[in-house]
Design a protein around this ligand. Structure first.
Ligand code: KG4
Ligand code: ZN
Length: 337
């Protein structure tokens, strides 16, 4: 079974062919990062226009690299939400048109479902596939949530952020530090050589017993410190980044452990762009060894946005008999059911 996935929910134009719900025959990602960097963040209309200019080329490349003709595909999956309306419309409409042209099934895929299944893709650096049920911590630029994942399409939300997402906090702090956009990966790199106990930043644990997050207080604490003391000197930047990162990581790890204990589960999936963070991966691995749970984190290139995860989630949906109608539209706030 050959499924083409198309992902255009934010600032990556991506297409991928996945075979038999595991093997990545191709995965092409055209990033718009450089275009948006000069604005310090994603500009929705610019993103839509970039997708429009790129998506057909990216799909062509994904088919070529997979050595597959469009007519050989068994179906098409395109992200239909959550995300930016304009960018989502571009990818979904192409997916629908292509499916219509080759008379094959088409499904709209929830972007969050894509992140949750990325760890099941066959990649030499992915762990072995996790069993169901498991706990999943999804940490990206737009979301920070904990789920109980019962099966391929059954998910229960256990907690989520009350304000900013973890990735958003990384990007905003990077901006305050003058590190450019998107800054998560830059902070990660600098933090690797810094002292994480140099500065104590607050750890917000709203409702001690629940599984919600809050990162706006941490962002404000960073802004206030920079406001009163100025940006850290070059020589103190690594310590600053390491201290900030430790505050985010600490909270994420604590809540993930709490979720496992509360649900009585011992398998944890961590996914989304922030799951690529070196400090988070290390802290989670330590906790897994201490508590005795199994940890499943996709290889970094499958943590951040890609279309292979959409193709895989789409494969499962098509196998279940789901079909997207020709009037299927996008939903920027699409919840995960
Ligand atoms: O999942 P993703 O690619 O897109 C969304 O669905 O949002 O996540 C992007 C987010 C950005 O905020 C980016 O700064 C963050 O993930 N990110 C990282 C790292 N790589 C990407 N944050 C911390 N450390 C990283 N290595
Ligand atoms: Zn994403």
């Amino acid at each position: 079974m050959l499924i083409l996935g198309i992902e255009t929910s934010c600032d990556e134009t991506a297409a991928s062919v996945v075979e038999n719900g595991r093997a990545m025959r191709s995965s092409v990602i055209a990033s718009q990062v450089l275009v948006h960097a000069e604005f310090g963040g994603v500009v929705p209309e610019v993103a839509s226009r970039q997708h429009l200019a790129t998506v057909v080329k990216v799909v062509h490349q994904a088919l070529r690299e997979a050595n597959v003709e469009a007519g050989e595909l068994d179906g098409i999956a395109a992200t239909c939400g959550p995300g930016l309306v304009g960018p989502l419309l571009v990818g979904l409409e192409l997916g629908k048109s292509l499916a219509y042209a080759i008379a094959k099934p088409m499904v709209g895929v929830n972007h969050l479902r894509g992140h949750l299944v990325a760890v099941y893709l066959d990649h030499p650096k992915n762990p072995s596939p996790p069993p169901f049920p498991h706990v999943a911590l999804l940490v990206s630029g737009g979301h920070t949530s904990i789920f109980r994942v019962e099966g391929q399409a059954k998910t229960v939300l256990l907690g989520s952020t009350r304000d900013d997402a973890a990735g958003e906090a990384f990007d905003k702090v990077a901006k305050l530090l003058g590190l450019g956009y998107p800054g998560g990966i830059v902070i990660d790199r600098l933090a690797a050589t810094g002292n994480s106990t140099a500065i104590h930043f607050p750890r917000a644990l709203p409702g001690r017993e629940d599984l919600d997050f809050s990162f706006s207080g941490l962002k404000t604490a960073v802004a206030m410190r920079i406001g009163s003391e100025g940006r850290p000197q070059e020589s103190q930047l690594a310590d600053f980044c390491a201290s900030f990162q430790a505050a985010v990581v600490d909270v994420l790890v604590r809540k993930a452990r709490r979720a496992l204990a509360r649900e009585g589960l011992c398998d944890l999936v961590v996914c989304g762009g922030v799951a690529a963070n070196g400090g988070l991966r290390l802290a989670l691995a330590r906790s897994a060894a201490e508590d005795g749970f199994s940890l499943y984190i996709p290889t970094p290139v499958l943590c951040t946005d890609n279309a292979a995860m959409i193709a895989l989630a789409g494969t499962w949906a098509i196998q279940r008999g789901e079909r997207g109608a020709l009037d299927l539209s996008v939903d920027p706030g699409l919840p995960l059911s």
